[in-house]
Structure formats: C-alpha cells, structure tokens
Design a protein around this ligand. Structure first.
Ligand SMILES: *Cc1c(COP(=O)(O)O)cnc(C)c1O
Length: 359
C-alpha cells in the first residue's frame, strides 16, 4: 500500500485512523453481522450511529439547544436553492460575493426573489475579502449570505460581516470544524462534508429553530423544506447513511485530538509553514491578500504557466498529488484540511524549496 500526500480541495484527505476503523468494521459492524451500508436506517444500531454523530458534533461546536442539526443530501449546491426557498419571506436577501461558490448561491437566489449583491471582490479575481463593517443592507432583507472560506481562491473571513441585525447564513464547506465558532452568531451554518469532514454525499445544516417554518415559498418540494427534515430528525427518507457514519468517526477523531481549539492550532501551524515559505520565495508567490489568507486552501503561482505545470508534474511523481490550481485561478493550490498531517506540509515546503533551487 502506498498512501500519497493528497492536497485535493475536495473530496479530500480523511484521517487514516478513521479509514482503518471503517475498513475493520466493513463486513461486521460491532457484531451486527453486516456492514453499515447494508443496515436499515430505522434499525436500533443505525439510530445509535446517527444520534452519536449529532451529539458529538454538538459537543465539538458547542451548538446551543435552539439549533437543529440536519444531515441532508444534494451537496452544498442544493442549499443555494433551499436557503431562499425557506428563508425568503420578504423575497429579498443580501449576498456578499467573494468567489465562485458565493456567486453561484447569489445567482440561484435570483430565481426565488431579489438577491442584492452588497459587496464583492470580483474586481480583483476574488483575492481578498471586502470590508463588511458597514454595508448597505436592505432593511427588509431576510438574511445576509456569505461563503466563509473561499475554497477556490484561498480567502477566509477573519471577522464576520456586520449584518446590522439580519440573520447570517454561511457556507462553511471548506472550513467546517477547522477552528472554534460561535454558532449563536449565525442563523444557518452549512457545508458539504467532502472537504473537511467526510465522504461526499452528506451536507450538514445547523439551523436556528425559529428559521424552520411551514412558511416556505409556494411550490417548495417537501424534500427541500427544512421543517421536513427537522421534524423527522434527518430520517424523513433514507439518509446518506454510510457517509454520516464516517462523519461520526471523524467527529470522534477530532474529539480525541483535543477538539476545535487544537484543530485551529494545528491548522495555523501547518498554514504558517507554507505561507512563511511563500513569503520568502523568489519563485513562488501566494495569490491572495495576506490578511485574508485561508488556513485550509493555499493557492500559489510561479508566474510562468509552463513552470507551474512542471511543478505539478514533478510534485505528483514525488507523492504530492492534486496540487493543480482551480482552472479559474491557474497555478497551484494546496488544500491542507484537518486530516493533512503536519509532516505532509513540511515535506511539501521542502519539495518546493528544492524545486526553486533547481529551476
Ligand atoms: C465544494 C464547495 C461547494 C459545492 O459543494 P457541492 O457539495 O459539490 O455542491 C460549495 N461551497 C463551497 C465553499 C465549496 O468548497
């Protein structure tokens, strides 16, 4: 077996320990005589898996009792529609456009009401987070929407926007559980788990109870109402059962590691290795404003497309894979999620140094 250092933006690296445990339990989950993939989602065994996963997530994020945790499907992208369908009572919402995912959410919301772009960083290829301290947010906006960590561009809000009393909705797909958060500052925190938590196919939505109502936009399908899933405790229909099981294992792994404070510290250490290297390198440069740098996604370039391609190719041959940047930014991107060991980042920086010396 030869495990590589996988810098993919998503689906992404998972803790090896979690994969080994899942492998061990593959044929016979805890004496049930079957795989988690094969069991009824209504069984007692499975009920324990999903309940434990939720309890552990609540503990890790310190989620207050007046928030529901929903395990859904449809990817983060389905939330782009589900959010306006459920929240746009006044048919108006404010969007801060800091990258492609925020832009897609903004465009989708236009299908359901008036989505107002209150700030954007598109003028400089989304390389920074705009000043959100005093935005012109419409009085009757139902919510303010952000993408908190911009996976493609490598920026992250270091301070949440001043929503002026409006409900904050955040896509945290690529920074979920990377550091502690104050859940009470948000109406909805959601993310696809395939970046930092588990296998593709699960979306976690943490939603304040007062936002879960019958009063959705006309025509909203049953499956796209938060209330449907909240009332049924994520078991209205068959949930992405195996994915939730793996997420649960990752929650336990994070707890064992020491929780979100420890995750943050580890992630800061890892990111610092790369950013410090980039800041002194004569060949490689980071592509975003320093103050807004993400701890999770680190894009960088040499400034020469052919050299970028050569780097990606040689890195791959050396066991550092999925470093090619998103097609809209070019260059490289190292995604260094929770499960990426520090050693992987140290070795990547050393490889970059060697490449710099040779080119
Ligand atoms: C990957 C990603 C998405 C899209 O996720 P899907 O589950 O593929 O729909 C949305 N937002 C962010 C921030 C992402 O990183």
């Amino acid at each position: 077996m030869n495990r590589v250092y996988n810098f993919s933006a998503g689906p992404a690296v998972l803790p090896e320990e979690v994969l080994r445990e899942a492998a061990e339990e593959m044929l016979d989950y805890k004496g049930s005589g079957m795989s988690v993939m094969e069991m009824s989602h209504r069984s007692k065994v499975y009920d324990n898996i999903i309940k434990t996963a939720e309890a552990d997530l609540r503990e890790l994020m310190n989620i207050p009792d007046n928030y529901k945790v929903l395990f859904l499907q449809g990817g983060a992208s389905q939330q782009f529609a589900m959010i306006p369908m459920n929240l746009m009572k006044n048919k108006k919402a404010a969007y801060i456009v800091t990258g492609q995912w925020a832009k897609k959410a903004y465009q989708e919301a236009q299908l359901y009401g008036e989505a107002v772009k209150v700030a954007s960083s598109e003028d400089e290829t989304f390389s920074y987070i705009p000043d959100c301290s005093d935005l012109d947010i419409p009085e009757d906006a139902d919510y303010v929407y952000i993408c908190e960590n911009n996976t493609i561009y490598g920026t992250k809000y270091k301070e949440l926007p001043n929503t002026k009393g409006h409900t904050l909705v955040a896509d945290v797909s690529s920074c979920f559980l990377s550091e502690p958060v104050d859940v009470t500052k948000y109406g909805i925190i959601y993310g696809g788990v395939q970046k930092n938590i588990g296998p593709a196919g699960v979306v976690i939505v943490i939603i304040r109870e007062d936002l879960i109502t019958e009063d959705t936009l006309p025509g909203t399908p049953t499956m796209l109402k938060y209330k449907t899933h909240a009332d049924a405790e994520s078991l209205y229909n068959t949930p992405p059962a195996y994915g939730i099981y793996v997420c649960g294992k990752v929650f336990q792994w994070i707890k064992k590691m020491g929780g979100l404070e420890v995750m943050k510290q580890r992630n800061e250490e890892k990111a610092k290795i790369l950013y410090d290297f980039l800041d002194q390198s004569k060949l490689f440069q980071g592509t975003v404003k320093k103050e807004d740098r993400s701890l999770m996604n680190v894009p960088f370039v040499t400034g020469d497309k052919e050299l970028d391609a050569k780097f990606v190719k040689e890195a791959e041959a050396a066991g550092f894979v999925n470093l090619k940047g998103h097609r809209s930014v070019g260059g490289m991107r190292a995604s260094i999620y929770n499960a990426m060991p520090k050693e992987g980042v140290e070795k990547l920086a050393a490889f970059m140094k060697k490449f710099e010396e040779e080119n």
